[in-house]
Design a protein around this ligand. Structure first.
Ligand SMILES: Cc1cc2nc3c(=O)[nH]c(=O)nc-3n(C[C@H](O)[C@H](O)[C@H](O)COP(=O)(O)O)c2cc1C
Length: 384
C-alpha cells in the first residue's frame, strides 16, 4: 500500500505531527473510583498508544460534577484529576507524542446516580427522545435508561461556559498540548445545536444562529485560555447517536463551520454520519461530511468514523481531510500508526470490553510481533 499522504508531516497550530494517524477520543470507563481519577491503568493504556509525533485525543473528560454522565469516565475539575492527567501527558510526551484533552458535558444523556442527585440538563425537555435500542447510561449499578432531564434556565448558561473555561485551564495545568470541545454525538453542545433537542424560544434556540450560540460561546471560552490554534472542535453532522435529529443538518453544520473560521482553530474534527456512536450504520457510504465541510473550513480537518487504512489514505490524498482519527482500530492496536505504515495485519477489537473496568481488553492488545496478531474478537452486545 502507498502510505505517503498519511505519513507526511502536518502542522496543527504550532504543533508538528510526524504522521496523520490520530487516536480518536475513546471513553473506556477505566478511571479510578471514587473521584474519576486518571490512574496508572490509564497511563499504561495511553503510553502504549503514544508514538513519536503522533496525536492522541483523550477520552471524553467531564468538566464539572454536574457534567457527569458515564460512570468510570475521568474528570478534569479536581486537583487529583489534574495530577493524574499530568502523569499521563508526561508519559505520552516522553514517547514524543502529543495529546489534546476532550472536554465533555453529557447534558441529558445522563442519570441521577452519576450526577449524584441533580436531574440531567439540556437545551429543552424532550422526554420521547430516548427510544428502545438507544444508548443506555453507564451507572455504578449497570446500564440504565437516562433519567428525566430539565431545560437549562438562560441564567445558568454562563456558569456552564465558565465550567468549560476552568476545565480548559486545568487541561493546561496538566500539560496537555491543547483541548478539543466535544460538540458531537448528542451531548450538551450538540443538544443545543440540533432542533430535535432544542425547542428554546430565547437567544439560544430557534434560528440556526441562536442554536449555535452555546457552542460558539464555549469555543470562545476555550480560546481565551489556549489561543485559537490549540483548540479543536468535534462535531457530528447529521449525527443521530443519543437520539439526535435536525430538520436541516446541512445548513446547520455549514453555518457552525463558517462561524468557527473566526477563531483560527487548530482543527475541526468531523465524525462521518455513516457511524452512530461506535457502530457503522451506513456501510459503503463515503466520507461525505469531510468533503462538504472542507469547502467551508479554513484550517485543518480531522476526519473520523469508519475509516480503514486504505480509505484514510484516500481521504487525505484527495484533500478532504488533513488527518484521520481511528477509534476502534486504535483501541485494539496500540501500535496502529506503525502497523499502517508497514502494512501489517491489525488486531480486531472486542466490543465486550469497550466499557469494562479493568486491564482486560484495555492494555492487553498485543503489539505487532508480541503475540497473536489479527485475533478475531468481534462480538455484538447491546450495551452501548
Ligand atoms: C469504545 C468507544 C468509546 C468512544 N468514546 C468517545 C468519546 O469519548 N468521545 C467521542 O467524541 N467519541 C467517542 N467514540 C467515537 C469514536 O471517537 C469514533 O468517532 C467512532 O468509534 C468511529 O470511528 P471508528 O470507526 O474509527 O471506530 C467512542 C467510540 C468507541 C468505540
Amino acid at each position: 500500500m502507498k502510505t505517503s499522504a498519511l505519513f507526511t508531516p502536518l502542522n496543527i497550530g504550532p504543533l508538528t505531527l510526524k504522521h496523520r494517524v490520530v487516536m480518536a477520543p475513546l471513553t473506556r470507563s477505566r478511571s479510578e473510583q471514587p473521584g474519576d481519577i486518571p490512574g496508572d491503568l490509564m497511563r499504561e493504556y495511553y503510553t502504549q498508544r503514544a508514538s513519536d509525533g503522533g496525536l492522541i485525543i483523550s477520552e471524553a473528560t467531564t468538566i464539572s460534577p454536574s457534567a457527569r454522565g458515564w460512570f468510570g469516565a475521568p474528570g478534569i475539575y479536581t486537583d487529583r484529576q489534574v495530577e493524574g492527567w499530568k502523569k499521563i501527558v508526561d508519559s505520552v510526551h516522553g514517547k514524543g507524542g502529543l495529546m489534546f484533552s476532550q472536554l465533555w458535558h453529557t447534558g441529558r444523556a445522563s442519570h441521577v446516580e452519576v450526577t449524584e442527585g441533580p436531574a440531567p440538563v439540556s437545551a429543552s425537555v424532550n422526554p420521547s427522545y430516548w427510544q428502545e435500542g438507544e444508548r443506555l447510561t453507564s451507572t455504578p449499578h449497570g446500564w440504565v435508561k437516562p433519567s428525566p432531564h430539565r431545560a437549562l434556565e438562560i441564567s445558568e448558561i454562563r456558569g456552564i461556559v465558565e465550567d468549560y473555561r476552568k476545565a480548559a485551564e486545568r487541561a493546561k495545568a496538566a500539560g496537555f498540548d491543547g483541548v478539543e470541545l466535544h460538540g458531537a454525538n448528542g451531548y450538551l453542545p450538540d443538544q443545543f445545536l440540533q432542533d430535535g433537542s432544542n425547542q428554546r424560544t430565547d437567544a439560544y434556540g430557534g434560528s440556526i444562529a441562536n442554536r449555535a450560540r452555546f457552542l460558539l460561546e464555549v469555543v470562545q471560552a476555550n480560546v481565551s485560555v489556549w489561543g485559537g490554534d490549540r483548540v479543536g472542535v468535534r462535531i457530528a453532522p447529521s449525527g443521530s447517536f443519543n437520539g439526535m435529529s435536525d430538520s436541516n443538518p446541512n445548513a446547520l453544520f455549514a453555518y457552525v463551520t463558517e462561524q468557527l473560521n473566526q477563531f483560527g482553530l487548530a482543527y475541526l474534527h468531523v465524525v462521518e454520519p455513516r457511524v452512530k456512536g461506535n457502530i457503522v450504520i451506513a456501510e459503503g457510504q463515503g466520507p461525505v461530511a469531510a468533503e462538504q465541510l472542507r469547502k467551508i473550513f479554513n484550517s485543518k480537518i480531522i476526519a473520523a468514523g469508519g475509516f480503514e487504512p486504505e480509505t484514510a489514505e484516500a481521504v487525505v490524498e484527495k484533500g478532504d481531510a488533513d488527518a484521520v482519527a481511528f477509534g476502534r482500530l486504535f483501541l485494539s492496536n496500540p501500535d496502529l500508526p506503525e502497523r499502517i505504515k508497514l502494512g501489517l495485519a491489525l488486531n480486531e477489537y472486542d466490543r465486550n470490553t469497550f466499557y469494562t473496568f479493568d486491564a482486560k481488553g484495555y492494555i492487553d492488545y498485543p503489539f505487532y510481533g508480541d503475540g497473536v496478531s489479527n485475533v478475531k474478537l468481534e462480538q455484538v452486545t447491546t450495551s452501548a
